[in-house]
Design a protein. Sequence first.
Length: 284
Amino acid sequence: MSTLTEVAPGYRAGRTLPLRVELVRQLTRRRTLVMGAILAVLPFVLLIAFAVGGDPGARNNQVTLMDTATASGANFAAVNLFVSAGFLLVIPVALFCGDTVASEASWSSLRYLLAAPVPRARLLWSKLVVALGLSLAAMLLLPLVALAAGTAAYGWGPLEIPTGGALDTGTAAQRLVVAVAYIFVSQLVTAGLAFWLSTKTDAPLGAVGGAVGLTIVGNVLDAVTALGHWRDFLPAHWQFAWADAVQPRPEWSGMIQGGVLSVTYALVLFALAFRGFSRKDIVS
């Protein structure tokens, strides 16, 4: 006996839940607006801190990237990336990727989306692409606002290197783009963790908090020097490798190792999310 599957006229699985629809939904959510506001305000907070605290380079003889923050707008943008890459930029990635599927489940709307019918793989794909897009936008927003605010406060000029020398404005802009791109790639592990957890729980806070917590654990383990070369397998070990790009002679080996490691972990986690969700009983 054969089984007939009736499909409504005009139905195309690939056209369900368009990316623009999901993007508009996520952009209008309060948590997206709040996170964008926080990232946009941070550079101005640092401007006030430097204005109140005075010249950061006048306090010690050992010059660091932080000490060159007021040298130019490019330096100020680089410093904003430096102080944010370790933790602050983890938050939007975990939030946007961990609040995807779990939020639908918590609202009891997930089963209705799938009954539309939206194929499960299509649902996850749409949400993942939008979440990663918003994460990248968050990482671009911070340095762009910092560059504009820093240029207004300290002027447009070359990026001064703490170890000596400087990068002209054109080269500095290119290197900062490379730095942002690497930071995004390095955060794919957090995105993968958050997305996978989002398919396993109906609590968005659990998925977001779990991803942030595991990222913090990775940072703590990287600080344990007794682990020796085992730390090379921790994504946190390479999170600041982007600093090698803002040198007179950039060094790419650290970024290549960190990028390959992050992408590998992320692909495994994304695959686990798709595989687990395809077999999951949806009751929410």
